[in-house]
Design a protein around this ligand. Sequence first.
Ligand code: CMC
Length: 433
Amino acid sequence: MENLIKQTATAKLSLDGKNIDLPVYSGSLGAPAIDVRGLYKTSGHFTFDPGYTSTCSTESQITFIDGGKGQLLYRGYPIEQLAEKSTFLEVSYLLIHGELPNKKQNTEFTNTITQHTMLHDQIESFFHGFRRDAHPMAMMCGTVGALSGFYHDDTHTTVDDARNVAMHRLIAKIPTIAARAYKYSIGQPHVFPDNSLNYAENFLNMCFSVPAAPYHVSPTISRAMDKIFILHADHEQNASTSTVRLAGSSGANPYACIAAGIACLWGPSHGGANEACLNMLREIGSVDRIPEFIARAKDKNDPFRLMGFGHRVYKNFDPRSRVMQKVAHEVLDELGIRNPVLDVAKELEKIALEDEYFIEKKLYPNVDFYSGIVLSALGFPTSMFTVLFALARTVGWISQWNEMLEDPSQRIGRPRQLYTGPTQRDFVPMEER
Ligand code: CMC
């Protein structure tokens, strides 16, 4: 990756009687950034930004979000166009390589991914080590981390070929691991990958087919699954992606880095929100109970939040939520499902969008608001929702990891702190405490 940031201005900081010049950089889109890298050296001060609300951790050329406009671009292409016209593997190529593949590149990439779909047979023992009721995210995190024990050669992260093989293996094996975790949790025999199927069909087949009966994946359903993967594929420097970059910044094994991303994604403020959102919609149960939950969300003394609402970056509609709402209708129509939870979701969205509290705080539906309804209609239990998110996000994580390792300005990530603990004191022997 070539560094493309340009200095466009200089910021002036006056501190302790000293005037300090700080370069201001601009990218191709988005807010400019003040370079504070030299600040500690010149002034002896750190910057303070817990939660990174005003801090760029890196330069990146992969994904752009304009939270005010509700815009999401992968390598410049709007998410709505990619969801409508592209496929997940094409988007994967785009995220990794920066350009959409031509026909030949697409065929080669698809063939390469297809060659890596099987798991090493000994991975099977890892699944058997889990309790039957283990959360599939626990199995996913453990098993993906365990791949580092099988492919330690990929630790040579400075070698292009080794990085490419690691990226291909991860994209190919993650659906097999996700489906295996699901089958294990419901006590069904696992289904091997079928390389004659496309990426989404193969995943659905591994999840829902059984040896005792034929299984046919409807094109509408596999297309919906593929769109869901595209919508979740990348989201610039979110918590799990930053985790992967931080883990990878030390040169760690890529499979271990992705396992770190999976762990971070699991939390209900991040990838776990779709599970929490569907649980919430089911708990609300009927349209007449919505005001009670809206009141709870607004009550400062109640920790309850409207799940699927609000976002650190989007202060407008999350563009993914609009696509997801459309996918929800397509899937429910295809399957002939009349789901009262969808009525609750639509009414809740309407009421919240008209409510002063949500308007003032710019809280809009995010991608997770409708995704739970779709995934549940596809037949997935709530415990699998975050697993599907992790499956799709794996390509974003590895693209960002790869970009970081190619960045000439890359250094190990090492934040500083504002220490407020005890100052130095002498050890007190036990009998004197
Ligand atoms: N319901 C009610 N109030 C909310 C909500 C919500 N869902 N989200 C934020 N607020 C309020 C919050 O109480 C705070 O109020 P005040 O300023 O009076 O203290 C204000 O809005 C700002 O919230 P914040 O927590 O400072 O914002 P944040 O940027 O740190 O958090 C968030 C972003 C996504 C964690 C948060 O909006 C949230 O918890 N939402 C529900 C969980 C969710 O849907 N997460 C999925 C995110 S999209 C998928 C992904 O990227 O992983």
